[in-house]
Design a protein around this ligand. Structure first.
Ligand SMILES: [Mg+2]
Ligand SMILES: [Zn+2]
Length: 179
């Protein structure tokens, strides 16, 4: 079983400083749905690992998050792809949880559920904390310049990792390098 781990906001859908609080606010980034379908066609399963502190901030609740995710899953299916699972952190920065990236809890939840080896797993994100969490578990972080990605790249020129314009290009790289 081969997996690719994806951050959600800024990787699959357009990010918003005002948070994604409803299905209407969930807008796919061009090519991201097709990227997931491309990975699936080549034998990869996709799991989403996402910080959703908007829940802790009472901007939306878990039922709304599920509606947002139903829209995301449906949009991916329409593009011929499939999201196998979604792991989210509902906590805020002050909650001291172990799942909010850059903490590694979401990766560990995923690994435990699927008996998956995290070492070397491609993990695509747009923020430094995505990279840090992936590095902490030995996964292979990949940055995309969508969402906060362009800012992340500019602020952290020291980052020595693959960087792509968007998820579609990152998916092509994953297929090229991992077969
Ligand atoms: Mg993000
Ligand atoms: Zn958490």
């Amino acid at each position: 079983m081969r997996w690719v781990l994806l951050d959600r906001d800024g990787v699959i859908n357009e990010d918003s400083d005002a948070y994604i609080k409803s299905p209407e606010e969930w807008i796919p980034i061009p090519g991201s749905l097709e990227a997931i379908a491309l990975l699936n066609r080549n034998g990869y399963r996709v799991a989403v690992l996402t910080n959703q502190s908007g829940i802790a901030r009472a901007l939306f609740d878990q039922a709304m998050l599920e509606r947002i995710h139903a829209k995301m899953r449906g949009a991916v299916e329409e593009a011929g792809g499939h999201i196998d699972d979604i792991f989210f952190c509902p906590h805020g920065p002050e909650d001291g949880c172990n799942c909010r990236k850059p903490k590694t809890g979401l990766f560990q939840q995923f690994a435990r559920k699927y008996g998956a080896e995290l070492a070397g797993l491609p993990a695509v994100g747009d923020s430094l904390r995505d990279v840090q969490a992936a590095q902490a578990v030995g996964a292979s972080p990949i940055l995309v310049e969508t969402g906060k990605g362009a800012k992340t790249v500019k602020r952290h020129p020291e980052l020595d990792l693959p960087i792509f314009a968007n998820l579609y290009e990152a998916a092509q790289y994953i297929l090229f390098t991992q077969g």
